[in-house]
Ligand binder design. Structure first.
Ligand SMILES: Cc1ncc(COP(=O)(O)O)c(C=O)c1O
Length: 391
């Protein structure tokens, strides 16, 4: 049996897959088992922030593996200390502490748990079309009805749904039983949709006025992807809790919950825990990822490069081609006349990996922060060809 047959035979059928096995990666490229090269503008789903197998990230993990492979949170760890300091310092100025876990869903579970304990209220406001992960509590605030309907015992009876970017809808919510508002500030799976700055500022004011914790799920928007370290920095809006994962470990499984002083003051020993959260190798991955982003100026690199890419994509707007370009930095949604799946498979044949979304005509670009102008130019030429070809 080949790799595909063995994997299909021995893993649960949870994922649709591309029909090839990837065996190695370097920088913005990955290679399959026939040595076909793909330009990775999907980043393994917004994960590979430094590109694939960045030498400084590889060195940090290898060094940690041969120095101290594992010890739990029962002891202090210099590398966890470095990771925590870098994450808190680069996040919002009101943030005081971080809790490390292993995934985005787990970070959201933790955020919902601590917000309910803090406010002593049961309900949570979440966005229609939002996505927060696959565990029961994360699913219960995920606004994709068909995902929840498949698991009818989720906790969504505790959720109040509002449409994204409607301040009126938030203001109509009776706040006395609301612990938190949770949102992806840019709905990524939902087609890369966002509000204007006044929306986020108004949301912040409503939460503050009503003693409600504002949770930004920055699993995708965090860690430099949008051209700021965290996305609220574009609008001068600070949440009470940030959840993040994906790119924070540059490819190593890490989740994080970052909290301001109001939230942190209520978090007590024993409130939450995770054997592997913030363990030495995970912490080494976070510290190395942040060190490289800081020292190579990647957040500014994303801001500069993406302005040019967005302008070039907008030049391709017009009948039969691109309808809209949305998003910030390296979290971009391109709405096309053709279905997203068709564009994705045409690009795949040309050796370019992109994502699709729950919006049928919108593809997503979630590439490494390191993608260069030359790599973008090669994508833009291929994309134009694919948009205008007849199959
Ligand atoms: C915005 C958002 N939140 C949460 C999650 C869940 O993260 P994980 O798959 O690490 O549990 C995802 C994953 O795609 C996500 O995009």
């Amino acid at each position: 049996m080949n790799t595909r047959e063995i994997e299909d035979r021995y893993t649960l059928a949870t994922y649709p897959k591309f029909p090839f096995a990837l065996v190695r990666g370097v920088g913005s490229y990955v290679f399959d088992d026939s040595e076909k090269r793909y330009l990775d503008l999907y980043g393994g789903h917004a994960v590979s922030s430094l590109g694939h197998s960045h030498p400084r990230w590889v060195e940090a993990i290898a060094k940690q593996a041969s120095t101290l492979d594992f010890y739990s949170n029962i002891c202090y760890s210099p590398v966890r200390a470095e990771a925590a300091e870098r994450v808190v310092r680069n996040s919002y100025s009101s943030m005081t502490g971080v809790y490390f876990c292993n995934s985005g869903a787990e970070a959201n579970e933790t955020a919902l748990k601590i917000a309910r304990k803090l406010t002593k209220r049961p309900h949570v406001v979440a966005m229609l079309d939002g996505f927060h992960g696959r565990t029961i509590a994360a699913l219960s605030v995920t606004g994709v009805q068909k995902m929840r309907d498949a698991f009818p015992e989720s906790l969504d009876r505790l959720t109040r749904w509002v449409p994204m970017a409607s301040l009126g809808a938030i203001e109509a919510v009776e706040p006395s039983q609301i612990a938190a508002v949770i949102l992806e500030p840019i709905l990524s799976l939902g087609g890369v949709r966002m509000g204007n700055p006044e929306y986020y500022q108004g949301l912040r004011r409503w939460c503050t006025r009503n003693g409600v914790a504002l949770i930004f799920d920055e699993v995708q928007t965090g860690n430099g992807r949008t051209g700021k370290w965290f996305v609220g920095q574009h609008w001068g809006v600070e949440p009470d809790i940030v959840t993040t994962a994906k790119a924070i470990g540059g490819g190593f499984p890490v989740g994080a919950v970052i909290a301001n002083a109001w939230v942190a003051a209520d978090v007590k020993s024993g409130d939450q825990g995770s054997t592997f959260g913030g363990a030495p190798m995970a912490a080494a991955a976070v510290a190395a990822t942040y060190r490289v982003i800081e020292e190579e100026g990647l957040v500014d690199h994303v801001a500069r490069r993406s302005t040019r890419v967005i302008a070039r994509l907008r030049e391709l707007m017009g009948p039969g081609r691109i309808r809209d370009v949305r998003g910030l930095g390296y979290l971009l949604g391109i709405e096309c006349d053709l279905p997203g799946k068709e564009i994705q498979s045409r690009l795949l044949k040309e050796g370019v990996l992109v994502g699709i979304s729950n919006h049928a005509n919108t593809i997503r670009l979630l590439p490494p922060l390191t993608v260069s102008d030359a790599e973008w130019d090669s994508f833009l030429a291929t994309f134009e060809k694919v948009l205008t070809s007849s199959n």
